[in-house]
Design a binder for this molecule. Sequence first.
Ligand code: AMP
Ligand code: MG
Length: 307
Amino acid sequence: MSTNKRLIEISGKLRVPPGSKVNLAKDFDTGFIDPSVARKDSDELLRESVAQLAEYQARLAAQETYGVLLVLQAIDAGGKDGTIRHVMSGVNPQGVVVHSFKVPSSEELAHDYLWRYAQRLPARGQIGIFNRSHYEEVLVVRVHRELLERQKLPPKTHGANVWKRRYTEINNWERYLVDNGIRVVKVLLNLSREQQRTRFLARIDDPEKNWKFSPSDIAERAYWDDYQRAFSEMLSNTSTKWAPWHVIGADHKWFARIAVSAALVQALAEIDPQYPEVDPDVRNGLQDAKSLLESEAPKGARPDPVK
Ligand code: AMP
Ligand code: MG
């Protein structure tokens, strides 16, 4: 089977069927490895996958009709940064825009909640990556309700039904993006509580990793069950036909990286971007330019050294 087909098959197995009710802990294994991928072949598969992404990205940029938005969500230490580094390693930096979303600024809080995400969308021809995304608006904001109170919402709009409404609003917004050529690829890196503990300890024990650790990470860890519930609700309500979620076991970083690149390859294969055809008039013009350049060959040089 071709690498392309293998990756598309892997990605298909990780997709959350639209309309299904998800219980993250019960339905998904954080240590999942697709049986078709052996550890000893995994570096090669990732390399091939990255090469395919680079080829697709070159076509996507030349065609300038579609954009791709990769939405990456995970609990702390889930591996978002390392995944971005590895998966995008072969792609032309001009064609990729990455944005990490942090606690919103006062300017951002003065706008509607999707405003800051809409400003960071990829253009046609680009691959955009949201390292955290608009989904924080139904994750961290749901787990810490006081964050919602800071959003200056009109009275009566932040009652009990606010989360259902946000799911609908987000689904509609993504529908609009997809209808207008911006393909949305959503990935949840699903980490176990034990792996998070191990990775936090690595960040404490290794001085070069200390900068990655913040005491607030421990405070957030105490909300583990609340986050798991918020993830399950998010997956149950926002995996749609036009923008389905992929849940990727994150305990094995090497497999998670292959799986994320597989989800991107699958989306790009569906877009199947093509280099633009040059129309006959322009092509004739190219021949005129060629003759002129050939006539300028210095003495002793071949008229066309490329041919
Ligand atoms: P990090 O990704 O580790 O640099 O941390 C970014 C922090 O920003 C995390 O603690 C997030 O929970 C927080 N954050 C991201 N988006 C939002 C949001 N919309 N509202 C509140 N906090 C957010
Ligand atoms: Mg962090």
